[in-house]
Design a protein around this ligand. Structure first.
Ligand code: ADP
Length: 275
């Protein structure tokens, strides 16, 4: 019995150690793999517009040299591709900044109502251009929270830009803000900001992965729309920093809702009666 007992212990112990070191290696491999995947993705995303540019330059110097209308058309495509590369590099820089900041608690105090008002004001021209009816449902007054104003503006800019882009022309985008003294998801006071569109919606299959870098629910369509595939990854890191949540709900053919929930400290809300 003694022997069996010892063997059994040793066996369990070894199995435990084996498992631990196995998990360790897995974690390392995964981080390494993720970095490699990311570099491969970035290279691919940059190479696609570059290849197009190289092709057009060749055509402009050769066959299209004396064809003025074709030249004009190609130059326009080249400009679009260059702008897309520029957005991609800008988003990559934003992503690396917000990732680096993620563990640093924001020290500033921001009025989240003011953040929302200026975000929507900035995006109004885009909505008009896209023939989207951008409808704010914001309370009047101020709601202070610990946060980084620029980063929070970036979150709502990305979400509203997506809603305009994917929602489609002739549709509405509704941005609705609410407070709750006791928010279940946070076990305390919080503010929720829901960005709702009337677009094609998102297959539930894709929803859990949308905040991954370069993940696109429909890659061909979304590339054509000029997206970098990084917007929601940036949103995720900024919300992590603010201890916030993102809840995505969608119904195919009906539209999507991206709802941000942010924690508030107590007694920071002064809403006007009208709000
Ligand atoms: P992108 O630059 O491609 O828009 P994002 O990270 O902002 O990248 O979004 C990731 C993917 O999530 C998009 O490619 C799109 O498939 C999907 N998506 C985001 N917002 C919406 C929306 N409002 N309606 C439908 N699909 C959306």
């Amino acid at each position: 019995n003694d022997i069996t007992y010892t063997v059994a212990i040793r066996h369990v112990g070894e199995a435990g150690i084996a498992l631990l070191s196995f998990q360790d290696i897995t974690a390392l491999t995964t981080a390494g793999e993720m970095r490699r995947d990311f570099v491969a993705n970035v290279s691919h995303e940059l190479r696609t517009p570059l290849t197009a540019l190289m092709g057009f330059i060749e055509t402009l110097r050769g066959p299209a040299r004396d064809d003025a209308p074709a030249r004009e058309r190609f130059l326009e495509i080249m400009q679009n591709e260059t702008e897309r590369m520029n957005r991609l590099v800008g988003d990559l820089l934003s992503l690396s900044r917000v990732e680096a900041d993620e563990r640093v608690r924001p020290t500033g105090q921001v009025d989240i109502c003011a953040v929302m008002r200026s975000t929507l004001r900035n995006l109004n021209p885009l909505a008009i251009e896209a023939d989207v009816n951008l409808i704010p449902e914001l309370p009047k007054g101020t709601v202070m929270m610990a946060g980084d104003a620029d980063q929070l503006m970036q979150v709502f800019t990305n979400l509203v830009e997506n809603a305009i882009k994917y929602g489609g022309s002739g549709k509405r985008v509704i941005v609705r803000m609410n407070f709750e003294a006791q928010m279940n998801a946070l076990r305390g006071p919080g503010v929720s900001i829901a960005v709702r569109d009337e677009g094609p919606g998102i297959d539930p299959l894709h929803i859990p992965r949308l905040t991954e870098r370069f993940y696109r629910a429909d890659s061909h369509r979304n590339r054509a729309l000029g997206g970098t595939g990084l917007g929601l990854a940036i949103v995720k890191h900024i919300l992590n920093r603010h201890k916030g949540r993102l809840k995505i709900t969608s119904e195919l053919g009906q539209g999507s809702e991206f709802k941000v929930i942010l924690p508030l400290e107590q007694d920071t809300t002064t809403l006007d009666e009208a709000g």
